[in-house]
Design a protein around this ligand. Structure first.
Ligand SMILES: Cc1cc2nc3c(=O)[nH]c(=O)nc-3n(C[C@H](O)[C@H](O)[C@H](O)COP(=O)(O)O)c2cc1C
Length: 489
């Protein structure tokens, strides 16, 4: 028997679904999910800000390899925090072979986020990664597993080889992952490797294998994951193109509507009858943040729903309070606007952007920004002319991208999501003349529906408000134990 949640609070990077939000959701018996994407950078910036509230310190104290924790802490912690206007420390960008220090940072940061989300209750917590951001995968997953993560969720790509990685790491064996490298010939070594034995202090910890949920957008992908994955796939999240964050591109040739947004059609719809026959639980995502939609999903045979947007604007999320406030106010008036930008993300996937004056969605702000690539999570690995590995991002300075064999036309309209998403959660890098990197908020098409969670004239709402609204108050009142549907497995 497998106990599963009705509501998965979707992973929201960077740092929007932080430990605080995931903890709030899991405490209420649903599945809270932290984002592991760029969490190493988030931790560095929290430490550079002086570890406000002292939460990171608790996580470090619980880390099972104290010498490693000490090294990272003394490298990045700034007592009292950096002075305003000072730059955050530069951390080297990830590569196929990261330095030991960077690998340790990945392990510790993922551990701390999951540890804090699990504090004070016995319920499961998940971690979310994007398949496209491959370089940090192995050490990140191990770090999350050291903290007892219950679920690993991954989409934005086809994570066929992650289940096998999880199996190996759970057994204390080395794990390998093949990096996607544009233009790589057969002789280029693209295999990343991580051996826990090289990092543990003392005996290998005994780890439980977390469940693995693949986030997919079509029946074909669902079947591919179940048939061809390197290990067990415990369930599926079926995400439609109305969801916040990155969306799968429409099937077939890309067509744009009059406003420049991708057109999705019949071929992009999933066949629920087929999904029901796959034999694993599935959760519907993309516009499912209401009691009616949850009921519909359950009636259609889903185990429940994955919800992002509604939680992104809850009090607990990592999104900057002023951005939340402005967008919730727009939602309350029914005037929030979301644009599915086919160009913004260097991944090439459509990316949903809330239209908000003064942010990077604003043409003036976008054109005033000087291109710089210093975080590099969305860099693509490619084979250089002399047969080595190189890294490039279509949002980096155009000349640099073209010099690396990239096409100039691929740089048009690209935005530096790495820096923008760090700005969204209050950790913007400071540039010349004390100019801060601009934020760029991603949100689902259903932005305006979050107004439904505002009660009694209030201007904000909590994760509990979302859950009680979806489930009905009586279920949430008995919060200590997981609210479960029981499905044979
Ligand atoms: C702010 C934000 C960030 C997101 N980031 C991620 C992410 O890092 N990884 C991911 O798999 N999905 C991400 N998503 C998608 C959510 O996990 C979820 O599937 C989606 O929001 C569900 O649709 P909804 O927004 O209509 O509720 C993000 C969504 C939002 C709103």
């Amino acid at each position: 028997m497998l106990q599963i949640p009705k509501i998965i609070q979707g992973g929201m990077g960077v740092g929007v679904s932080n430990w605080r939000l995931a903890q709030a959701v899991s405490r209420l018996g649903q599945l809270g999910v932290v984002s592991g994407t760029a969490i190493d950078q988030v931790l560095v910036r929290r430490l550079a800000d002086g570890d406000v509230g002292g939460h990171m310190r608790r996580g470090f104290e619980a880390f099972p390899f104290p010498e490693m924790a000490k090294r990272i802490w003394s490298e990045y912690f700034q007592p009292g925090g950096k002075s305003p206007g000072m730059q955050y420390p530069a951390v080297p960008m990830h590569q196929k072979r990261d330095s030991r220090k960077l690998i340790e940072l990945l392990m510790v940061s993922n551990f701390v986020e999951v540890f804090l989300a699990r504090e004070g209750h016995m319920n499961k917590v998940g971690v979310n990664f994007l398949e496209k951001v491959q370089l940090p995968h192995l050490a990140s997953i191990y770090g999350a597993m050291l903290a007892g993560v219950g679920y690993v969720l991954m989409g934005a790509g086809i994570p066929l080889h992650i289940p096998g990685v999880i199996d190996n790491l759970a057994a204390g064996r080395p794990a390998e992952y093949k990096l996607s490298v544009a233009g790589a010939g057969a002789d280029l070594d693209t295999l990343m490797r991580f051996d826990p034995l090289e990092y543990v202090e003392g005996p290998l910890p005994v780890l439980e294998r977390p469940k693995f949920l693949a986030i997919v957008s079509s029946n074909a992908l669902a079947i591919t994951m179940l048939r061809r994955a390197s290990g067990r796939v415990d369930g599926l999240v079926i995400e439609s193109p109305t969801a916040g964050g990155h969306n799968a591109p429409p099937r077939g040739k890309l067509q744009l509507d009059g406003s420049g947004q991708p057109v999705y059609g019949e071929r992009d719809k999933v066949n629920l009858a087929e999904l029901r026959n796959l034999g694993v639980p599935f959760w519907m995502a993309g516009g499912y943040g209401s009691a009616t939609k949850l009921r519909q999903a359950l009636d259609e045979g889903a185990a429940g729903v994955q919800v992002g947007t509604a939680f992104a604007f809850s009090e607990e999320s990592g999104l900057r309070p002023d951005l939340k406030k402005r967008l919730v106010a727009q939602a309350a008036q029914g005037i929030g606007q979301v644009f599915t930008d086919p160009l913004a993300s260097p991944t090439g996937f459509p990316f949903k952007v809330a239209q908000l004056a003064g942010t990077y969605s604003d043409l003036g702000v976008a054109s005033a920004r000087t291109r710089v690539c210093d975080l590099g999570y969305l860099r693509e690995a490619y084979a250089t002319q002399d047969g080595k590995l190189g890294y490039r991002c279509s949002a980096e300075p155009e000349a640099a991208y073209v010099a690396k064999g990239g096409k100039l036309e691929d740089t048009i309209g690209r935005k530096c999501l790495c820096n923008a998403l760090m700005a969204n959660i209050g950790h913007p890098q400071t540039r010349k003349d004390r100019v801060a990197e601009p934020p760029l908020v991603t949100v689902g098409d259903d932005l305006n529906t979050v107004a439904a969670f505002l009660k009694d004239g209030k201007e904000s709402y909590t994760a509990a408000d979302v859950i009680s609204s979806l489930l009905g108050n009586h279920e949430v009142a008995m919060t200590a134990e997981p609210v479960t549907a029981v499905i044979g497995s």
